[in-house]
Design a protein around this ligand. Sequence first.
Ligand SMILES: O=C(O)CCC(=O)C(=O)O
Length: 262
Amino acid sequence: MQLSATELASNTLNPETLNLSVQHFKSNGYVLFENVLPPDLIAAMHAEFMQVFNAHIASTEQNRGSNRYQMHLPFAEPFIDPRVIENPFVLAIVEAIVGNDCVCTYFASDTPLYGSEYQAVHADTHPLFPETGLAVPTYNIGFNIPLVDFHTDNGPIEIWPGTHLTAPGTDMATLAPLMQSEEVLMPAGSLLIRDLRLWHRGTPNRSDNARPNMAMIYAQRWLKTHYPSVSIPQATYDGLSPRAQQLFRDENIGGDLVNMPS
Ligand SMILES: O=C(O)CCC(=O)C(=O)O
């Protein structure tokens, strides 16, 4: 979806866009706003990301398959820019779906390099009430920001629209190849908002450059996951807006920054 110049200038979705976006999310399990964050912010995030990433991979093993890394991000500028952690377009959708009391529980990234392969199709969260065999409403939402343009050659995410509502226990591995999927080709600075149950997989990066995807999760406050808390120095937390403080209030306030290159 392309936001209008008026929406971008006012940082507000018009009621029709909000309504259609929420319907799109509920029907397809995701909504994409293209080209939202300004190039200077994305350039700063990309430059800092590559420093953090290169230091990280020099001292750690690939952890998401061949030449592919999940990495937690330091809770620091430029990654904590308000346009990122409390983006008004994203929060409008998130609040409409999981309510105002939601929390942000994950602050990280996914990066395939040259030589990465297709991942197994998967969801990023566990089903609730699996014993009922029923799909329930959305309870956690992934938010991705591509830090470079994602195109067919550099490992775009592949998604299976609508699969967030499949019954728990559905045979994903057998069914996925028989179903419609799409590669999410998106320019750097787009905002991809997805139900974490949506079936997806990483695809091979055949280019020479890393393909970083920033990843956050907004969830119902009562949801328990296995992710480590986001570690936020006290002074950083104190400097956040009241809304951002509310979003991160259940994280490790007073903790040290993770993955800061020395
Ligand atoms: O390619 C991506 O950004 C997502 C990769 C992914 O789904 C994963 O590593 O679990």
